[in-house]
Ligand binder design. Structure first.
Ligand SMILES: [Ca+2]
Ligand SMILES: [Ca+2]
Ligand SMILES: [Ca+2]
Length: 456
């Protein structure tokens, strides 16, 4: 009897020699750790478990009873499954049943149990281990790029100021981890702007802005997550520059152009008083009008004769036919004058008197190119309408009946007569230039004529 027991024990420890007997006994349940910690990278299926998934069975190496047949997971919602890799060693693997999305769920906790293969090939009389807790953490993949919260940013700044922050832009990122979802950096994409942005999205100006120089800026800004993924689309930031409020009269121009004879004209129709919301006790305005002479025009009353010639484009080396009277220039001494100063003297001619300019002053023969510049205020004609009013005349010394050249007003025209071959006494070939000028017709107009024209 005692021998039989020993024999039976021998069969148990040597299952290969007596499979039938051994297969009927499954004494021990498998053993696993009490908890596991796993990590899975999102969108992958393999879970890295710590410690590794291994079930031990004290019945080993008895077939079935000492082998591991399954790991079962409890928790319907857990998208994981476990598979036995090696029944004898008890090694297993844990993997995802489908794609794991970190943005959906970052962690999973469930129960796992190991099952041995039972006492027989049919699996009868199997044993299961205790319940172990598995905690899975999903590792993030940087799938998403930053997106700005607003489609457009807008701010207004006052010129001349330096701001610490004009405005703050903000981007966000859909990834599940701080590393891949936090915004680590912002950047201004537009080149050469007077703005800078910090890592929190605060935009500041790097120099004082001038409303007169530029009233509007448009800059593009991008963002990076902490995984260095850049926003797919930059955002537009519009910055308007507002002028500093300057109290005073506004909406008027210093210069007003007025054409003589066009009737009355409102000078400051859009003028208003800007008080910049300051208190106002009384308003006193004084308007002073100055005739500012027409730019580069020939302004007889402001410029000296020399400056005038320059302005009118008269050639250098010109001859002043009506200089102020002096010891050497006495031919203007008897003329009526206004109260002008020496170089600005205005002579008055009434049709009865003239200045005889000495021969040495006047060119006898005008060259191919010459300019005659004259300024006059043409009063009402004292005589008949058809009478010639001569401004300048060079004639024969005797009789004075042949004009070599002459500038005169006749009817409504300014006429210049030129006879180039006056030395030949028998020939008479004058050329006449006629200008129909508005100034000549107007009795009070100002006359300015340059002696360049085509023979009529
Ligand atoms: Ca067992
Ligand atoms: Ca992700
Ligand atoms: Ca990201």
């Amino acid at each position: 009897m005692k021998m039989c027991v020993i024999t039976a024990m021998l069969f148990l420890v040597l299952p290969g020699q007596c499979g039938i007997l051994a297969g009927k006994v499954n004494k021990h349940k498998p053993w696993i750790e009490t908890s596991y910690h796993g990590v899975i990278i999102e969108n992958m299926d393999t879970v890295m478990l710590d410690p590794p998934l291994v079930a031990l069975d004290k019945d080993a190496p008895v077939p079935y009873a000492g082998e591991i047949c399954a790991f079962k997971i409890h928790g319907l919602e857990a998208p994981f499954e476990a598979e036995v890799l090696n029944r004898t060693s008890g090694e297993g693997v844990l993997r995802a049943r489908g794609p794991i999305d970190c943005e959906q769920q970052k962690e999973y906790t469930f129960i796992i149990q190991a099952y041995d293969c039972g006492a027989t090939p049919s699996g009868a009389n199997w044993k299961k281990s205790h319940k172990a807790v598995v905690h899975i953490q999903v590792d993030d993949v940087n799938e998403f790029s930053p997106v700005f919260r607003e489609p457009l940013y807008h701010a207004t700044v006052t010129e001349g100021k330096i701001y610490d922050s004009i405005l703050q832009v903000e981007a966000w990122d859909q990834d599940c981890s701080p590393q891949y979802s936090q915004i680590c950096n912002y950047e201004i994409v537009t080149q050469d702007t007077p703005f800078a942005i910090d890592r929190n999205g605060n935009i500041r100006n790097t120099e004082r802005l001038s409303y007169d120089k530029q009233q509007h800026y448009k800059i593009m800004v991008t963002a990076y997550d902490c995984g260095q993924k850049r926003a797919m689309e930059s955002v537009s930031v519009h910055i308007d520059v507002k002028p500093v409020c300057k109290p005073g009269w506004q909406g008027w121009n210093k210069r007003v152009d007025y054409e003589p004879g066009t009737g009355s004209k409102q000078l400051f129709s859009k003028m208003h008083l800007e008080t910049c919301d300051g208190p106002l006790s009384s308003v006193r305005a004084m308007v002073e009008l100055q005739t500012s002479h027409i730019g580069k025009g020939c302004d007889r009353e402001t410029y000296s004769e020399k400056s005038l010639q320059k302005l009118c484009g008269a050639a250098s080396g010109s001859t002043d036919l009506l200089p102020a009277p002096s010891a050497s220039t006495n031919w203007t001494a008897s003329l009526l004058t206004d109260n002008g100063r020496d170089s600005d003297l205005i002579f008055r001619f009434d049709g009865r008197q003239a200045a005889n300019i000495p021969e040495w002053v006047v060119p006898q023969n005008l060259t191919d190119q010459f300019t005659i510049a004259t300024w006059m205020k043409h009063g009402p004609s004292p005589g008949l309408r058809a009478e010639k009013e001569t401004l300048l005349c060079n004639s024969d010394k005797t009789e004075m009946n042949r004009h070599h050249y002459s500038l005169y007003v006749h009817n409504c025209r300014l006429v210049f007569l030129l006879r180039r071959d006056f030395i030949q006494l028998d020939s008479f070939r004058p050329a006449e230039f006629h200008w129909r000028l508005e100034q000549v017709r107007s009795p009070r107009g100002t006359l300015l004529a340059k002696g360049n024209g085509e023979p009529r």
